[in-house]
Design a protein around this ligand. Structure first.
Ligand code: NDP
Length: 274
């Protein structure tokens, strides 16, 4: 595995296993943040209309000198753009901001109750065109996926969920594995809220790595796609320097039992209809 290693999704397209998340990176900073990451070898950027930085992301990708087809870009439809027509319009707006001919992955950001099946129809429609290579969801728990399966013509290729050692989401991950839906971890570092955990610190020292590197490697070894965010050049480099070690089975087993249901973001069941 290396920084450009990818995972094949159920529709045959490949996604780099490591990407850069850009949530909370202001539009005027995102250009430098993404440009630096691309210089370091990152080839996968995760944005969303909600982040308000699609223009800067698009510009950094377009000005990078790297062929567009070598960079994987994800965007998402926001909660107040649910519904068939609104989601199609939101897609057009995202594309205009990004300045791309096509998007690699388009996701429903949150499972807004009652309306997400219609929104999914819009995503299926975009996926029939040459403008979207893959469609998926975010923050869908197993019961949301099960509900979606009743009306969907095709199932999502990815579910992007909050996932890190203290939030293991085992039933949703099991559902995804059973149904060939790739799992992508957001806030993969638990938003840096427990990088000082003594047990993780002790384990990281053993591998001569930082806790952030240990956790990113844990995602990769669990076959999760991982999108840590950093605006800091040296931390971006650190987060990509995870391909020269392996976590021993007993340490993987230990980390796979650290769950505390500790969330840094919202619980998907609390999302309300606008
Ligand atoms: P992360 O778990 O990636 O943590 C980001 C925080 O960790 C930042 O404060 C960053 O600070 C810090 N950090 C990064 N690397 C290191 C390091 N090596 N050592 C110490 N601190 C570090 O949280 P995010 O919430 O940003 O999640 C990542 C991405 O997931 C988002 O950017 C977004 O793309 C996606 N996401 C998706 C959601 C969804 O609903 N689908 C919801 C939330 C996020 P600094 O920048 O200063 O380095």
């Amino acid at each position: 595995m290396n920084i450009s290693s990818s995972k094949q999704l159920s529709n045959g397209i490949s996604i780099p296993r490591l990407g850069l998340g850009v949530y909370k990176v202001p539009d005027d900073q995102v250009y430098d943040t993404v440009s630096n990451a691309l210089d370091l070898g990152y080839r996968h950027i995760d944005t969303a209309s909600f982040y308000g930085n699609e223009e800067g992301v698009g510009k950094a990708v377009r000005n990078s000198g790297i062929p567009r087809e070598d960079i994987f870009v994800t965007s998402k439809v926001w909660n107040d753009d649910h519904g068939y027509e609104k989601a199609l319009k939101a897609f057009e707006q995202s594309m205009e901001k990004l300045g791309f001919d096509y998007l690699d992955l388009f996701l429903i950001h949150w499972p807004v109750p009652e309306v997400f099946p219609d929104t999914w129809k819009a995503l299926e429609e975009t996926n029939k065109s040459e403008h979207v290579r893959a469609i998926g969801v975010s923050n869908f728990l197993d019961h949301h996926l099960e509900e979606l399966s009743k009306t969907a013509s095709e199932m999502p290729v990815i579910d992007q969920i909050e996932l890190h050692p203290k939030l293991l989401q085992t039933s949703t991950v099991a559902y995804c594995r059973e149904h060939n839906i790739a799992v992508e971890s957001w806030s993969p570092l638990g938003r840096a809220k427990y990088l000082d955990d003594p047990l993780l610190v002790k384990m990281a020292i053993k591998y001569n790595k930082s806790v952030a590197q240990l956790i990113i490697r844990w995602h990769l070894e669990n076959d999760f796609i991982v999108i840590p965010k950093s605006t800091n050049a040296s931390r971006q480099k650190e987060n990509a320097d995870v391909f020269d070690f392996e976590i021993a089975t007993e340490d993987m087993n230990f980390m796979n039992k650290m769950n505390e249901d500790f969330r840094v973001g919202s619980h998907p069941n609390t999302i309300k209809r606008f």
